[in-house]
Design a protein around this ligand. Structure first.
Ligand SMILES: Nc1ncnc2c1ncn2[C@@H]1O[C@H](COP(=O)(O)OP(=O)(O)OP(=O)(O)O)[C@@H](O)[C@H]1O
Ligand SMILES: [Mg+2]
Length: 254
């Protein structure tokens, strides 16, 4: 199977992109797939908090032309009892690296787009990955747009309040429609009372003209363990893990 590249993106921060991307990577790997998970949130790297890697190179090094992408990947699935595998590439969380990535010029960003597209080909060729998952930073920063442009599909993660909606609408018109990628919405952290009835789904689909792939309720306990645990592996019977299992099928079919 050709590598399917999916970006998890949003307009506003904190919608659940990193949690959903990491859990889906684990779900696909548990099913026996080979997954590559890349932290493209160079402004606020998060996956290194979850996996505590000790990488020889960061993705920053790859984008700066200092290594091959394979050298920036760490096998983080080892010991997790997975049938498949997860190889992850990490954004450098040091202040120096974050500041460096914030001050790149347009020419550098164009080069980074080429390197991201090459990374996708290399990950297909040398890892034989079934899925390439980009965890992006919210909004329209270049690094996120580079990930979106290198993906086959975009999963837009949103909480569905009105603050989120206006900016999201503009971003969908200005970026997603221009790139012409398949897109689907994941509504996350939705108060339990709003989940039933389906009214919230219809409203969002009409506003954005993108199908809703799933609605995930807000579970307070998740806020407390954010960044510490992959729920789908540690608590597979939790409703959050079950919701993501359902979602994994719909995303695979995008
Ligand atoms: N369905 C949910 N219910 C409750 N809390 C959730 C849910 N999904 C994610 N969270 C929590 O919300 C917080 C933010 O999640 P996460 O870091 O995944 O969001 P993000 O979109 O990646 O944020 P950022 O834009 O800053 O990268 C975390 O504490 C996470 O555990
Ligand atoms: Mg994140």
């Amino acid at each position: 199977m050709a590598t399917k590249a999916i970006s998890f993106h949003s307009y506003k921060g904190g919608t659940g992109k990193t949690s959903i991307a990491a859990n889906l990577a684990a779900i696909y790997a548990r099913l026996g797939h080979r997954v590559c998970l890349l932290d493209y949130d160079f402004r606020a790297p998060s996956l290194s908090v979850l996996f505590k890697p000790n990488p020889k190179f960061w993705l920053n090094d790859y984008l700066n032309g200092r290594c091959e992408v394979e050298e920036a990947l760490v096998d983080v699935g080892k010991g997790l009892g997975l049938e498949g595998a997860i190889f992850a590439g990490f954004a450098d969380p040091s202040t120096r690296a974050i500041r460096d990535m914030m001050t790149k010029d347009r020419a550098w960003e164009m080069g980074a787009l080429h390197r991201t597209l090459s990374a996708k080909r290399a990950i297909q060729r040398s890892l034989g990955a079934d899925y390439l998952i980009f965890d992006t930073s919210p909004g329209i920063h270049y690094s996120s747009v580079n990930a979106l442009a290198s993906s086959d599909a975009i999963a837009l993660v949103m909480k569905g309040d009105d603050f989120d909606m206006e900016g999201t609408k503009e971003m969908v018109r200005g970026i997603y429609d221009v790139l012409g990628r398949k897109a689907g919405i994941i509504m996350n952290k939705i108060p339990m009372g709003f989940v039933e009835g389906g009214g919230i789904v219809k409203g969002v689909e009409e506003e954005l003209n993108i199908p809703v792939l799933g609605v995930i309720p807000c579970y307070c306990e998740l806020m407390a363990i954010g960044g510490r645990s992959i729920y789908a592996l540690d608590r597979p019977d939790h409703p959050f893990s079950k919701a993501l299992e359902d979602l994994s099928k719909r995303i695979a079919g995008m």
